[in-house]
Design a protein around this ligand. Structure first.
Ligand code: IPE
Ligand code: IPE
Ligand code: MG
Length: 228
């Protein structure tokens, strides 16, 4: 495929509605959504995407019932504990992004373990945004800068203080489930991002639709404020 985005972000939304429409508890939607995540990680890696950022839990998602939040954490733990071989076979590096230090200890340990085990992988980097908020990321960066006593800063230096400094700007943002908003995802990195929305709920999202998003992206003319 030509003109592939270097960095794709996905707001994996619609798990709850998927379940409710089937008369199932919301958590069943999350379970099914995790399967989609697995498929799309492999598809993206096979297609040659270098960075895939997946919004898994926002800083605002703590507002949900405790049972749902705990279920999501245990699902993520299960995911990292069972997907190591898959990541290694596909040479995919696992990273997390967000206020991970506020998550339960067992989950932090699971994430740290998966990061270590895949640190040598040189293919795609799959970044799971967990307890992530774009504003919080900017505030955390500003606080690091203040602690270092800097009194002025430019964009390139600011970037070094973000959660993953080497993460390039977001080229393409996909959001499922028909919602047309950013919901606090990658605010700094999305200044010139191409947006792609679909009504499909995350558990129903397929590799085929992912390819369609990439094809649409490849035809867009990005001007970054200039003229062609
Ligand atoms: C996305 O699905 C997963 C998370 C936010 C963790 P939702 O749980 O938001 O599903 P809807 O939007 O309620 O359908
Ligand atoms: C965004 O989805 C966060 C994730 C997909 C993890 P939400 O379902 O939380 O977003 P809102 O509340 O509809 O904006
Ligand atoms: Mg939602």
């Amino acid at each position: 495929m030509e003109n592939l985005p270097l960095h794709v972000g996905i707001i994996m939304d619609g798990n709850g509605r998927w379940a409710v429409r089937r008369g199932l508890p919301r958590i069943e939607g999350h379970r099914k959504g995790a399967e989609t995540t697995e498929k799309i990680v492999i598809a993206a890696s096979n297609l040659g995407i270098k960075y895939l950022s997946l919004y898994a839990f926002s800083t605002e998602n703590w507002k949900r019932p405790k049972e749902e939040v705990n279920f999501l954490f245990s699902l993520m733990y299960e995911y990292v504990r069972s997907k190591l071989d898959l990541f290694l076979e596909n040479n995919v590096k696992f990273r997390t992004m967000g206020r991970v230090w506020e998550l339960p200890d067992y989950l932090q340990e699971g994430f740290a373990w998966m990061e270590e085990q895949t640190a040598h992988c040189t293919g795609m980097t799959a970044i799971f945004a967990v307890n992530y908020g774009g504003r919080q990321e900017i505030i955390d960066a500003v606080n690091s800068i203040l602690r270092e006593g800097l009194d002025s800063i430019d964009q390139e230096t600011f970037r070094h203080y973000l959660y993953i400094p080497e993460l390039p700007d977001l080229d393409l943002l996909i959001r499922t489930s028909g919602e047309l908003r950013i919901s606090n995802f990658l605010l700094w990195q999305s200044a010139y991002t191409e947006l792609w929305f679909t009504e499909t709920l995350w558990p129903d999202f397929t590799e085929e639709e992912f390819r369609r998003a990439l094809e649409d992206f490849s035809k867009r003319e990005r001007r970054f404020g200039g003229i062609k």
